[in-house]
Structures are given as C-alpha cells and as structure tokens.
Write a protein of this length. Sequence first.
Length: 329
Amino acid sequence: MTQAPVNVTVTGAAGQIGYALLFRIASGQLLGQNTPVKLRLLEIPQAVKAAEGTALELEDGAFPLLAGVDIFDDAKQAFEGVNVALLVGARPRTKGMERGDLLEANGGIFKPQGEAINAGAADDVKVLVVGNPANTNALIAQSHAPDVPAERFTAMTRLDHNRALAQLAKKLGVTVSDIKKMTIWGNHSATQYPDIFHAEAAGRNAAEAVNDQQWIENEFIPRVAKRGAEIIEARGASSAASAANAAIDHIYDWVNGTPEGDWVSMGVPSDGSYGVPEGLISSFPVTCKDGKYEIVQGLEIDEFSRGRIDASVRELSEERDAVKQLGLV
Ligand code: NAD
Ligand code: LMR
C-alpha cells in the first residue's frame, strides 16, 4: 500500500445498488489500484443486520486494498472523516405518495446527512448523490453543509451519459470508445436532454454521422431519458449494477481526471453557465483534472437544444421551489 486509506461512506449500503457497489470499491475500481479504502456503511437500524452480512462477504473477498469496514445507523458517525461520500439510500416513491410527500421524506434523510457531512467530513470531501430525486437531494444536503464548498456536492447523471453512449454506438455501428463529448443536460429524470450535437463518433460530428433528426428526437432522446423505467419494467426492480457502475465512473474520473479531448456529464451546482440559474444542481459537460471539475464552456446551443435544456432546468427550478416551501433548503 502506498498511502493512508481513503474513507468512503456509502449510505443505503444494504440496498441493491449498495450490493453491486461495495465489492467494486473494495477491489480498487473507485479510486485506483494504489489507493487503500476504509468503508463506512450507513443504514437504517432495520437494515444494519443485512449490512453486517455484506461486510462478512467483503471480508471473504480478501481484498488487498480494503483496510476495514465499519457499519453505522447514525449519520454523524458514518460521515466522520469522510473523503468520498456516496449517498445512495433514499426514500422511494410508494403508492399514493404525492411528489411533495416524496421530497419531504427525502428531506428527512438528506438534511441530517448534509449536517453530518458539514460537522465531520475531511477537508477534501467529495459527495455524489445517487438516491432519487438525485439533483434535488444533493441540493438539500448541500444547503445544510455551509462549511463545505458547494461544488463538492454532485448528483449522478453518469448512468444517463453511459446509456447515451451505448445507444449511439449501437446506432452507428461503432464502439463506445469511439464516441467522445457526449452530454447530458438538466435533471436525472425523464426531462433530461442527452445531446449528441457536440459529440463525436470516430472523429466525425455524431449528429451529422446519424443524419436522422427523427431518430434523435423520437427514438434516441426518449430511449435514454426513459431507460430507467424500461429497466424497472424488464427487471421488476430499478437499475442497480449499471447505477453502481456509473457511480464508480463518476468518482473515478472526478479524482483521476478525464482524458484529453473528451468530457463526462455530472450534476453540479450551476455557476450560471448556459443560462442555468446559479445554484441549481444540473447536469453539464465537465472535464476533471487534479481532483476538480470544470464546466465545459463555449458550446453553441441551437434552438432545439435550448428548448430541451430549458424544459429540464424548469423542472429543477420547480423542485427547488417545492423544497424551499417545505423549509428544506
Ligand atoms: P434499495 O431500496 O434497494 O436500497 C436503498 C437502501 O437505502 C435500503 O437498504 C434502505 O434501508 C436504505 N436507506 C433508506 N433510508 C436511509 C437512510 N436515511 N440512511 C441510510 N440508508 C437508508 O434501492 P436501490 O435500488 O439501491 O436504489 C437507491 C436509490 O438510487 C433510489 O433512490 C433509486 O431511485 C436511486 N437510483 C438513482 C440512479 C441515478 O442514476 N441517479 C439510478 C438508479 C437508482
Ligand atoms: C434509473 O435511471 O435507472 C433510476 O433513476 C430509475 C429509478 O426511478 O429508480
């Protein structure tokens, strides 16, 4: 081992994403093969026993990079000294629940977790919110962590980004690594806008290579935006391994950097770029270097893209207004 272990806190550790995520973190895929990790698992009291079972399996993996596993049902303890926080556990929408009820129930989770991060996190903490509604949950947590730089709170749209790469590669008969500069704009919801107008496929502009606006509007965009629902319909449960995979990609790139000539999508606090109101946690194209990300600047946004971005950002503004009214931000 070449350095001190990095503390990685995972909430919702006994859930289905948690189960797909923890073993990959332990194997070094989150931070790299030279970085030992200490896992700190947070669960609700009823699920602590299941988390303990997962910890037994982690032990049985004999992972050389795994420096320890601790399990908590208290957020303050779980986030003590945290360097990387993966906020996966959330309250799913159940029958009869209105949108406001869902936001309120999640406020009950992400407010205390934001406070706990504020109280105990390491100076270099990086936070990724996976639990839905991810962008607005990230906003809630961030607004209760005033001592942590706001830009450390991010929401996951990498799964949407990866879905878009796969669909476009299939359409063009190229590999996913032939595609660069894919962008997801807006909310991790059905209003998101997967944008291929700035993407490149095997060196060509991707939209020109597709040359089929009908496919872009009526097949590609809805397929990517509604893929979560398609998975739920097919599996009888929401995406788990692909979501865990995307969380690994998000943090790995944030920490280790994005390749020259490419970018990734992350939900990050807007600085006003591309007309997205400042402070909203919205998906943008970003490059990462030295543990920091930057929103890609200077992209030309045509009328079609403008309308799509605005629609998703409008939804984010409405979610922010709703949680404001509930006193959560
Ligand atoms: P799951 O129900 O299998 O697991 C959630 C776990 O969170 C449960 O074990 C539960 O006990 C735990 N939990 C609930 N409240 C908690 C709290 N206050 N503290 C700690 N743990 C808590 O769900 P899952 O399939 O693992 O999905 C988790 C979340 O991720 C859901 O909100 C889902 O919608 C979301 N998701 C997001 C994306 C994305 O792309 N952003 C993709 C897939 C799923
Ligand atoms: C996904 O994109 O797969 C999930 O966010 C779907 C969901 O509602 O859990």
